[in-house]
Design a binder for this molecule. Sequence first.
Ligand code: F3S
Length: 716
Amino acid sequence: MTVQVAERGGFCFGVRRAVDSVLEATERFSPLYTLGPIIHNPAVVDMLEGRGAHVAYSVEEIPENATVVIRSHGVGPEVLEKLQTRGVRVIDATCPFVARIQQKVRQAFEAGMQVVLVGEPQHPEVQGINGWCHGTARIVQSAEDVEALPSMERVCVAAQTTTNRERWETLLALIQARFPGCEVFPSICSATFERQKEAVEIAEKADIMLVIGGRNSSNTQKLFTLCSARCPRTYLIESPEELPGNIPYRDVHVGITTGASTPAWIIKEVITRMCDIEKNEILTPETETETPEVKAEAPVAENPTTPAPAAEAEEQTTDADTVQSIPSTGEGEANFVEDFEKMMMPIRPGQIIKGKVVSVNDNEVCVNIGYKADGFIQRSEFSAGEDVNPRDVIKEGDEIEVEVLKVNDGEGNVLLSKKNVDSRKYWKDLVAAYNAGEHFTAVGKQAVKGGIIASINGIRAFIPASHLDTHYVEDINSYIGKPMEVVIIEMEKGRKRVVASHKNAILENEKRKKAEKWASIEEGTRVMGIVRRLTDFGAFVDIGGVDGLVHVTNLAWGRVQHPRDVVNVGDEIEVLIMKVDRENERISLGYKQLKPKPWDVATSKYIPGTIVTGKVVRLVSFGAFVELEPGLDGLVHISQIADHRIDKVESVLQPGQIVDVKILDVNPEEHRISLSIRDALVPKSENDYSPDDYEDSYDDADDDIYEVGDDIDPLA
Ligand code: F3S
């Protein structure tokens, strides 16, 4: 025989909390009562009765000065008032999830809203919740109920915690259709759903399925219905004595699930009893052949409800396979006992333990820590860094490490902290990262004398004002709430004292970027850059974190008076990296080198015989140089300046004068262009002109005049 016990079976945390409250109260108070059976399990109720916890079914049954424990279903405020009036001490073990619904309903009522509750009208939880809106809630459990609702203005919808999810979604859709804009408080507890889901998975693989729980418990009935649909040999039992003895246990796989009110010790007894029966079968093997097969319904002495329709059961089906089998050859029992004993093991404040998240809401997380009581992490103990909603980062089933803060918070709960565990881990990581010289993100929290307190993953760090930025900071408050990159400049591990610097992080980043840039710079490559600064001798261009200089002579092929004649600050230009002096961190850039040389295109651009406009740039005794474009000057021989003879060039032309000239000849090899002003005025016949006429003049000018950019006295 192999046995698989549902991990999510047994007490949900709300029920466990209530039972623990009663157990603890039995040691402190007498007479002691519970208002209604604390759980739907007669065996447990009997056990508690034996310890002095009596069940009262009405407030009136409870004597004055007695103590009463309110069960996890909770009660309405009118019941609490009655108890108070009678002088009864109240221990409120209302499940925190139910208490949240009560508060929500109260707030909605006080805000003038109409509460609609999806649930069973007779269920104590629903009646208790209804009390918090003075019995005015409209309770619905079917589509007809929703249809029958009157017109209402402002509606708030909530659900009984154990409502079937499918039903909730169906009815909610109908309610929203009838009351658009209604406020929805999704209050279904996932403990029930998870338990049912797992039970279905186990039943699908089991030869025999046992549902252990109280027949009066609606969640146990539901489990039985769901499991019966998957495993024909499903039995609902309340105690080990009800275990069917007339079926074979040998060589079968037995699945066990339990209702929310079933204590662990009943499961243990059931397994022990099954093992005993199996041993007897081994001793008398003929048993198996003699034993008739038993149908699902047969072993349930008082079948509590009509099984749910198959369709509803189907909806709970899942493909997940999380089966964990426990062999029964003594070892299974041993494991079970081990688990059981673990539950009873003492825990102490400060202890770090692993647990599994059972449920999460906006303000707390319930964790199964393998102890007799579940642990709670308050939101304030959840995150070591910024305040976060636990729902956003954690989900049911997650395994987490926690520190025990208090074994008993006065209400039977174990108080836990995830924040402390995370904090220690972050500190360890911080030290390692500091040693490795890493940067961190810090968030400014509070301005203090001389700087600000910031948080690095929840660890306090001081940032001196002088380290907030690379410049003087006027208002340190502007750094509060702001994430910034920092490096740690001082760390006292013993006192966990950290001093950080944003300024150093910025400087280090700049330095790193600069080094990366220098490493990537290559002579002869083209890069884009931004003109940052102009001086008389050139333009400084930022080519991505480092500046290079385009000397004025490298800005254009022609003569440039000032860099501003070619580029402006802010211009994005393409430059050629001409020379890199890494030692002195100097980069020479070229701008004109990426532009075509004027002489390369002169022949195609300036066709002999055409007339163009130019500027007189220099006068010489034998003529005038006229600039056709930057870097391209041509010579107008003195004989070609006017249509009459002139003695002196300056008697007709002045530097800067704009003139029309005819192109006579273009010689790119020798960088010579012959021009004529006269011919531009009066067209000359072809026979009157010979380019050779002017060669001598060029030769005269070669030595001291002709090179573009030379400083020449035009009258010399
Ligand atoms: Fe509470 Fe959910 Fe149990 S609401 S009582 S934890 S089923």
